[in-house]
Design a binder for this molecule. Structure first.
Ligand SMILES: Nc1ncnc2c1ncn2[C@@H]1O[C@H](COP(=O)(O)OP(=O)(O)OP(=O)(O)O)[C@@H](O)[C@H]1O
Ligand SMILES: [Mg+2]
Length: 287
């Protein structure tokens, strides 16, 4: 695709001059006429959120001046107490809603979204659910079956391809939903508590599968959770949000992301640190 990134903005414009549609700051011109693009210090972010606020109608401010750059291929976990605005922020990134103020930039190819409920078509088999996403993407009929089977294989569901959703466990349904999200072949995958309803063992297995898929596909992933351990297990970066209004209060970057398990000592240690900050936030809100 040749078009520029998708840009949704609220009433506030960015404070710097930007190239049309790119959001790259313009440097001074050498000849006094044509502005010259200043080379960016870091690679262009896959997702750029700047000065974003959100209010529903005349209700209270739900998000306040949120800024976040997410690099291509990065795995970011958005963590925060219930009601702090995680889903609101994810919906803005998905383009399902618009900010009241500020700018959200995402790749022109868009995002695939996965929610807590798998939302599969109940009358279609697992394979046909995935094929439907391929059809909507314009994949020719002759290629769909093989592609769907290979995506189901990627989430370890080869044997369940011909089963309908009601014949599958909750964990298997979420895996079909993940295969369907991957079938959309978007550079950004947005996940809103996709494993929250699952038992701990199934969740643990899906963490491994998601990590494997992430490493194999290089997708940019934004994963929303209120589970501290899950965030510390999965993220390359954990971004903690505070409540009322929702905003970013702290973030942690994890240098070594290979070999992590939910029970790993480093995951436990990071969870303790994050939980402490989360508790502070919750106490601050209760005060
Ligand atoms: N469409 C809407 N209209 C009005 N208020 C909304 C709307 N969507 C969300 N809100 C409010 O915005 C706030 C943040 O909601 P949001 O769903 O983003 O929280 P969350 O962090 O995802 O919570 P949870 O962890 O429980 O899913 C809440 O106070 C909620 O009532
Ligand atoms: Mg939510």
């Amino acid at each position: 695709m040749t078009s520029g990134p998708r840009r949704a903005s609220g009433v506030v414009s960015p404070s710097v001059d930007t190239a049309p549609g790119r959001g790259i700051p313009l440097g001074p011109s050498f000849d006094g006429v044509a502005p010259v693009l200043r080379p960016p210090a870091a690679p262009e972010p896959a997702v750029r959120i700047e000065g974003v606020s959100k209010r529903f109608g005349d209700g209270p401010l739900v998000l306040d001046d949120v800024g976040l750059d997410i690099a291509p291929g990065e795995f970011v976990c958005l963590l925060g107490a219930s009601g702090c605005g995680k889903s609101t922020l994810l919906n803005l990134i998905a383009g399902l809603d618009r900010p009241t103020a500020g700018v959200v930039e995402t790749p022109a190819e868009g995002s695939a979204v996965m929610f807590q409920e798998s939302a599969l078509m109940p009358w279609l088999t697992a394979r046909r659910n995935v094929e439907l996403a391929l059809r909507l993407r314009g994949v020719p009929r002759a290629e769909r079956r093989a592609k769907a089977l290979s995506l189901l294989d990627a989430v370890n569901l080869t044997d369940a391809a011909d089963k309908r959703p009601h014949e599958l466990s909750g964990g298997m349904r979420q895996r079909v939903a993940l295969a369907r999200a991957l079938a959309q072949d978007r550079p950004v995958l947005l996940m809103d508590e996709p494993f929250a309803a699952l038992d701990a063992i199934t969740r643990d297995l899906l963490h491994e599968e998601l990590e494997r898929v992430w490493r194999a596909t290089g997708r940019t992933i934004v994963f929303v959770t209120h589970n501290v351990r899950e965030a510390a297990r999965l993220g390359q970066r954990v971004v903690l949000m505070g409540s009322r209004p929702g905003r970013i209060v702290q973030e942690w970057r994890i240098a070594k992301t290979t070999g992590r398990r939910i029970e790993s000592p480093e995951v436990a240690a990071l969870s303790v640190e994050i939980t402490e900050q989360l508790r502070k936030e919750i106490r601050r809100n209760a005060a």
